[in-house]
Each structure stands twice: as C-alpha cells, then as structure tokens.
Design a protein. Structure first.
Length: 258
C-alpha cells in the first residue's frame, strides 16, 4: 500500500474511532450521573483543557514540521536544477574532443534524476533509477577530471571540479530529504490524543439528553482531515499535495541540454 492510501485509510479509521470514543465517553458520563448524581465535576475542565491544548500543540507541531520539509524539498529541486545546469555549462571549458561524450552523459544523467522522482512511490523502481544515476555520476566525474587535467589552463579544474561536487552533493541531500519524516512516536501520540479528546468530548456532552450529531461529526471530521493533511504533506510524491509543479525546473533543463 502506497503512502497516499495509508494516509486515507489512517484518517478514515481515526474518524470512525473518534465517533466510537465520543459515544463511549457519552455513555460513561450518563452512567456516572445515574449512579452518582451528587458527584461534582469541578476541576474536570482543567483536564479537558490540558488534553485539548496538547492535541492542538501536537497537530500544530506536526503540521509545521511537515510543511517546512515540503518547502525544503521544493528548494532542493531548484538547487539541483541549478547545480546540473552549471556543471553542464562548465563542460565548455574542457577540451573539445571530450565535450560530445560528456554532454551525452549529462543528458542521460538528468533523465535518470527525473526518473527517480517520477517512479515514486514505487520505491524499488526509484532505487533502480537512483543507482543508474550514481553510475552516470561516476562516469561524468572520472571523464571530466581526466579531461581537465590534460587542459593547459590551470583554472579549468578549479572551475569544473567544484561544479561537479555541487551536482553530486545535492543528490545525496535530496535522497536523504525524501526519507525524512515526523517520528512515528509523534504520529502515534497525535492519534492517541485525538481519541482521548473524543472520549472527553463525549463525556462533556453527557449532561445533555441527547448527543449533538452535528457537533460529533464535525469534531471527528475536523481532526481526521487535519491528520490526513499532515500525513499527505509528509509524502508529497504520493498524495494530493505533490511536487510535480516544481519538477518542471529540472524537466525544462532536460529540454535545454542537447
């Protein structure tokens, strides 16, 4: 099951579970009022406020973290496009005999980099494309370094090598950013607090003769949708939120490299 489906299923299960917990809380409150009608609930509001405050804090924390990681990935796409474009332009500094082969390697390399992210969320296919790109990186590096060392101009290596380093480094940076997500314990805590909040919400409704269906559904829906958005932000290659528009930076570069 890909991450997009996992996010949908998790949000759906949470929605149903919250409805169940609200009902359980309501029944517990009704039974408590019936068995001990003289019980004073003074101070219970403090507990409610603490749980809901913590739930809001965790939701805000995870949403902010996921949003920041999305922005970081967007910036890395542009950074890689710039790095590859700069390295490609530096090929003009190398001996003319080496330039056609290197330009062909650059074009193949760029296509492999595009393929890595087009294949996601198919991890196996993405890893195969990543491995292919790594092999092309090695070829570009070895041929470029060998070519610049034969150039009589000593500045050639000082211009070509740093550009190649930047191109290679951003590959590692983007690969690691792809697997960086909120810790599972944070996601688990968010789910648990959502259910505790539902239980307390149901308990708070117990003095009423009947639960408010509208408020019950809206509360469960609001929390479950928020959780879905957080999970979707964490995996921007699989769900509704994606980076395809930013990928145009590299795709357009592919059309310029000949």
């Amino acid at each position: 099951m890909n991450p997009a489906m996992i996010a949908v299923v998790a949000a759906g299960i949470l929605f149903v579970a919250m409805l169940v917990f609200i009902d359980i809380g309501f029944r517990i409150g009704k039974r408590r009022k019936k068995n001990t009608p003289e019980t004073n609930d003074e101070g219970a509001g403090t507990v409610d406020a603490a749980v809901f405050g913590l739930l809001g804090l965790i939701l805000a924390f995870t949403f902010s973290g996921a949003s920041n990681r999305l922005d970081l990935r967007r910036g890395q796409i542009v950074a890689e496009a710039n790095a590859i474009g700069t390295a490609y332009l530096r090929v003009d500094l190398l001996p003319s005999a080496e330039q056609p082969a290197l330009r062909k390697l650059f074009k193949d390399y760029l296509e492999s980099r595009i393929e890595v992210y087009e294949k996601l969320p198919d991890v196996t296919a993405a890893r195969a494309a990543l491995a292919k790109g790594g092999e092309l990186q090695n070829l570009i590096w070895s041929r470029s370094v060998a070519a610049c060392q034969t150039d009589p101009n000593p500045r050639t290596c000082s211009l070509v090598v740093p550009a190649l380093n930047d191109m290679i480094d951003i590959t590692t940076t983007r690969t690691m950013a792809t697997v960086q997500h909120a810790p599972a314990v944070i996601i688990g805590l968010m789910m648990m607090l959502s259910l505790l909040g539902a239980l307390l919400a149901g308990f708070a409704m117990s003095p009423q003769t009947k639960r408010s269906t509208l408020h019950t559904i809206l509360f469960a829906l609001a929390i479950s949708i928020s959780v879905y958005v957080v999970l979707d932000l964490e995996y921007p290659r699989a769900g509704l939120i994606n980076l395809k528009n930013m990928d145009q930076a590299i795709i357009q570069l592919s059309g310029q490299i000949k």
